[in-house]
Design a protein around this ligand. Structure first.
Ligand SMILES: Cc1ncc(COP(=O)(O)O)c(C=O)c1O
Length: 463
């Protein structure tokens, strides 16, 4: 098999600089793309007839320029060149004829009539209304926090109103955890491919985020431990049960291994469980296993309505006051009326019935996805809103995303989730809950299958 081999003679600069320059030129020309693995130091040294040290210096220079990342035990990969939170800011409304499989949403918001009637109920109760219009405790009304503790209990989460804060959605909870656990200039770690909202917070707060290598269970403990040995990490952000975007799902032994490393190195754990509301089985939560070390995040965005912005954050006892101070500084408290609407609605029998329908609908969508994408490399966890599709060779994920957009189907490629300079694999995330009908989802999935079957060359055959 041939591998990428640059020409570094005759450039007039030191050989290692010439090598880094060649990597840069190859990326600019498209000869090398994000995720490509560079030859090993030894192979390239032999091919170029230089010392291994020259290649090592060249790769280090390329890494310093942000062109490649070296991953211990795996090799050197071309980095994602994308701006940190560019995709996160792109919540564009989809066009009328477009099938949007790019966002994890609650299935068609049929809860709307119920929510409207809850709003009328609140407006009609003068005392309640006045209570909700006043200033409140930073972490929310006590009864709202108590309600949250009870809502979390059947999910296997032990908490108390004293270590729980009501937040303006899960995104705010991520911000608050990082504000409590870090200071500008600190480094945090995350899964190499992670929910883009994390990168948005980190860049606002002046944090460096390092993407750690993962497998089907999420972050590799060895990689986490190696990184901790060489660097001071303040926190690690994990989406351990239904990982967004890869659907990795972390077992108990792996969780314990991560906790051991985190405690030994004084690293706070941020456990984001927002995608887990339809999981068939409760995971062994980090917050139960290591309550002194863990922030836990959940919200009503995926089951009730993202527009209400209601989330919950459980904080380690040592940092709960710091969370309160951050909320106070930002907004005093999360709007109480929104919390009342979400919790009142969820208390209704009608809501419980609706959540069951939604869950069954999601499972049906998963079955349909398995049927239509049968034979392709997909990862899906029961109850997940999305599917992770590794593209067959020679597809590149960005190209595939663009091609699908031309065909009226919107998805996100792995590149959108790459943390720091982590090399993105050739894979896409397909969100199956967004389309309002199963029929629309089926059409979108069939278009995806068709492109895969037509093969890579089909798109060039029109010349
Ligand atoms: C893993 C993860 N965390 C956090 C969020 C943000 O949730 P919220 O809408 O509650 O802010 C999302 C939204 O998609 C998510 O997927």
């Amino acid at each position: 098999m041939t591998f990428w081999t640059p020409t570094i003679e005759g450039s007039g600069v030191a050989r290692y600089i010439a090598l880094a320059d060649q990597i840069e030129t190859a990326i600019q020309s498209g000869e090398l793309s994000a995720g490509d693995k560079l030859p090993t130091h030894r192979k390239l040294a032999d091919a170029l007839e230089v010392t291994v040290g020259t290649v090592t210096r060249g790769y280090s220079e390329a890494e310093r320029r942000g062109l490649v990342s070296a991953i211990v035990g795996s090799g050197t990969f071309v980095s994602s060149q994308q701006q940190p939170d560019i995709q996160f800011s792109h919540l564009l409304p989809s066009a009328a004829n477009e099938i949007d499989l790019s966002l994890n949403l609650p299935i068609a918001n049929q809860s709307a009539p119920g929510i409207r009637s809850v709003m009328q109920e609140i407006a009609a109760d003068q005392n309640l209304f006045l209570e909700l219009m006043g200033y409140q405790h930073e972490r929310g009304l006590l009864r709202h926090r108590q309600w949250a503790v009870e809502w979390l209990a059947p999910r296997g989460i032990q908490s108390s109103p004293d270590n729980l804060a009501i937040t303006c959605g899960g995104q705010h909870a991520i911000t608050l955890s990082l504000m409590a656990a870090t200071r500008a200039g600190d480094t945090i770690a995350a899964e190499g491919l992670a929910y883009p909202g994390l990168k948005a917070v980190a860049s606002q707060q002046g944090l460096k985020v390092v993407g750690l290598p993962m497998d089907g269970q999420g972050v590799l403990p060895d990689a986490f431990a190696s990184y901790c040995k060489l660097n001071h990490l303040r926190a690690i952000y994990l989406c351990p049960s239904i990982q967004n975007p890869t659907n990795a799902s972390m077992g108990l032994a792996r969780r314990k291994a991560i906790i051991k490393i985190a405690i030994a190195n004084d690293v706070w754990i941020i456990e984001d469980e927002i995608p887990t509301n339809y999981l068939a089985q409760n995971p062994d939560s980090f917050v139960n296993l290591a309550p002194q070390q863990t922030f836990y995040i959940n919200s009503h965005s995926k089951t009730v309505a993202p527009g209400l912005r209601v989330g919950y954050l459980i904080a380690p006892p040592k940092l709960i006051e710091s969370v309160s101070a951050s909320i106070r500084a930002q907004c005093w408290f999360a709007p109480t009326i929104n919390v009342e609407i979400a919790q009142r609605w969820l208390d209704k029998k009608e809501a419980k019935d609706w959540l069951n329908i939604q869950k069954k609908d999601l499972y049906k969508r998963q079955e349909l996805t398995s049927e239509i994408l049968d034979g392709y490399d997909i990862v899906m966890t029961k109850g997940s809103f999305h599917v992770w599709l590794s593209l067959p060779e020679p597809w590149r994920a960005m190209e595939f995303q663009t091609l699908l957009a031309e065909k009226g189907v919107r998805v996100l490629s792995a590149e959108s989730f790459a943390v720091g300079r982590f090399p993105a694999p050739q894979a896409i995330r397909i969100c199956i809950s967004g389309p309002s009908t199963i029929g629309q989802l089926e059409t979108g999935l069939k278009i995806i299958r068709q492109q895969l079957e037509d093969g890579y060359d089909a798109r060039f055959s029109v010349f």
